[in-house]
Ligand binder design. Structure first.
Ligand SMILES: Nc1nc2c(ncn2[C@@H]2O[C@H](COP(=O)(O)OP(=O)(O)OP(=O)(O)O)[C@@H](O)[C@H]2O)c(=O)[nH]1
Ligand SMILES: [Mg+2]
Length: 321
């Protein structure tokens, strides 16, 4: 039994996974629900590579929000790792939020004929297999001119699965989030906290710092280049006087030819990446920071599970969840 809070109600805690195809807005929604910029989001698909737990704790409950990589047809070892992480993130949770973009439809005929795509159906099949109740969250509704065109879309989705609820939201415009928070907290079983109630996530600041560098890479590099980059933190020192973090990180690329593209003419690109990442890290830690980036070639790392593991992309071994 968990200890009752002041009102005498027992404490509740549970896991809520955010799942769906790449780019549907999972990380943005996690940040909006948490009211903190924890998860890296970008305009490019396949931004999130690893499971991240966002810990939303109050005196009454702890909701462990699980951000997951997008579910997609994986070809490379890195992509297979990502999809495995997504499945791991959705397994054993109390509720899955299946996110799908609200389609941008312009007339009722199109809306009535609308069908979810293959990728969205595959994501649905994957989360249904976990056996957890599923809430369908239709995202980015701020982009829609005519909201009533969502009704036939909702009806089509509802015919595919017995969803616990269907909810249209906009994470960026704070629409539907109060309802979603009610659904999330309502799904938490009676339980003591699962994680430290003071912590915001299950990852340490080193990991978050690496993610901020990756976020800046996704913002400043073009085409396939962000997908060839990984970031490792070589050292993270908390200096006392004056108080600041001194961070040295490696940006790994797959091929020699990619190195000058990441560095840019006269180092301009890597400087932009560094400046963006530095201010994002400072915002997260509340301390100033010095960030030193080095670009390293780790040949074909996305295709080699051993190299991937060395760069941090490995599933836990043994019974660890
Ligand atoms: N207009 C609008 N855009 C949104 C909203 N939520 C997310 N986006 C945008 O959608 C893009 C993808 O968002 P992410 O949160 O990175 O999506 P994701 O599902 O985590 O993507 P992966 O990690 O790549 O699978 C970003 O450009 C976001 O700004 C929203 O409510 N409205
Ligand atoms: Mg994401």
């Amino acid at each position: 039994m968990s200890a009752p809070n002041q009102e005498g109600a027992p404490f509740r805690a549970g896991m809520i996974a955010l799942c769906g195809r790449p780019n549907v807005g999972k990380s943005t929604l996690l940040n909006a629900l948490m009211g903190a910029d924890l998860a890296v989001a970008s305009r490019l698909p396949q931004t999130t590579r690893e499971r991240l737990l966002g810990l939303w704790s109050t005196d009454e409950f702890q909701a462990v929000l699980v951000d997951t990589p997008g579910i997609h047809r994986a070809r490379s070892p890195l992509n297979r790792f990502m999809v495995d992480e997504a499945v791991r993130g959705a397994t054993g949770v109390d509720l899955v939020l299946l996110l799908a973009e609200a389609p941008m439809l312009t007339d009722i005929e199109l809306a009535e004929a609308w069908e979810p795509g293959e990728g969205a159906l595959a994501a649905l099949a994957t989360v249904v297999e976990t056996g957890a109740p599923v809430v369908l969250v239709l995202t980015k509704i701020d982009r829609l001119k005519q909201r009533d065109l969502l009704l036939p879309v909702i009806a089509r989705w509802a015919a595919l699965h017995d969803f616990a609820a269907v909810l249209p939201v906009s994470a960026l415009q704070d629409e539907g989030l109060a309802e979603l928070r009610t659904i999330v907290t309502g799904a938490l079983p009676e339980s003591p906290p699962l994680y430290d109630v003071e912590a915001l996530s299950d990852r340490d600041m080193r990991w978050h710092a690496g993610e901020r560098v990756r976020e800046a890479i996704f913002r400043h590099l073009k085409d396939e280049l962000p997908y060839s980059c990984a970031v490792t933190i070589e050292s993270f020192k908390e200096q006392r006087k004056p108080p600041k973090d001194v961070i040295r990180a490696n940006v790994h690329v797959e091929r020699e030819s990619q190195k000058p593209m990441v560095i840019g003419a006269a180092g301009r690109t890597i400087r932009k990446i560094s400046m963006d990442a530095r201010s994002a890290i400072a915002e997260l830690t509340g301390r100033s920071c010095d960030l030193f980036l080095k670009v390293t070639v780790t040949k074909n790392w996305t295709k080699d599970p051993e190299l991937m593991a060395r760069l941090g992309y490995h599933q836990p071994v043994g019974g660890e969840s």
